[in-house]
Design a protein. Structure first.
Length: 178
């Protein structure tokens, strides 16, 4: 939205500059007015082009950042060990909702979404087999059938049986006094 607005501003300024130039060629405006307008258009164009540079997406920078993030996930333990305390805290908050520690050992934990959902999906029957290093290999064949007790999506954490809206007992029979 901002990019298209900045592009429209540059186009508008180009058109203004052409009009002023035409007026200057036909001696319809004085030299000092022409110079003032030329400076104003130049200042506004610089501002619009700066906005355009700021809002344009640099595709290479996005790919580079994505590659860096994916490389960190290749060995998350090494990334965690190299991180400072703030980065470790952010990693913990990204992966876990809750971690219970007793005497330097983890007693229990609760994964944050979407990681908890991914672990639950991986645990569903027919969701693949394990390789020799314990990684899950995708299964072959069709998508597994839905469990009959759920009556719909096997991702009950996404939408409850009642749907997105909460269950109501019905519409109120009278209006509020206000």
């Amino acid at each position: 939205k901002e990019t298209s607005r900045a592009r429209a501003e540059v186009t508008r300024l180009d058109n203004e500059e052409r009009k002023i130039l035409g007026a200057h060629y036909t001696d319809r405006i004085s030299d000092h007015i022409f110079s003032e307008e030329q400076l104003r258009i130049h200042r506004e164009r610089i501002a619009a082009e700066e906005l355009l540079r700021r809002y344009e997406i640099n595709h290479d920078a996005i790919l580079e950042t994505t590659d860096l993030a994916l490389n960190l996930t290749n060995n998350i333990q090494a990334a965690y060990l190299q991180a400072d305390t703030t980065e470790r805290r952010l990693l913990n908050q990204a992966f876990f909702e809750r971690i219970e520690i007793d005497a330097e050992e983890i007693n229990d934990h609760s994964l944050a979404e979407p990681f908890g959902q991914l672990v639950r999906l991986a645990a569903l029957p027919g969701r693949g087999t394990r390789t020799t290093n314990g990684a899950r290999r995708p299964g072959k064949g069709r998508t597994p059938g839905l469990p009959k007790e759920d009556g719909g999506s096997y991702l009950s954490a996404v939408v409850e049986r009642t749907g997105i809206e909460p269950v109501t007992s019905g519409l109120q029979s009278r209006r509020s006094p206000s």
